[in-house]
Ligand binder design. Structure first.
Ligand SMILES: [Zn+2]
Length: 60
């Protein structure tokens, strides 16, 4: 993945939270099960820009 700020090649990294980050879709009622996705993190080693990407984005 290329950095949108400086065009440097970005490195995949981990955002350290307990259990990792989960992206969850908004639901209209409590009976609806939200879609979830893990989140990939990329960091630019040149300018420090961080980009997040949902791995299961097609479910949303
Ligand atoms: Zn950059």
């Amino acid at each position: 993945m290329e950095c949108i700020k400086c065009k440097n090649e970005m490195t995949k990294a981990n955002l350290m939270t307990i259990g990792g980050l989960i992206l969850e879709s908004k639901t209209n009622s409590i009976f609806e099960t939200p879609e979830t996705s893990r989140v990939e993190v990329y960091v630019c080693s040149k300018c420090g820009y961080i980009e997040l990407k949902a791995t299961d984005y097609k479910k949303f």
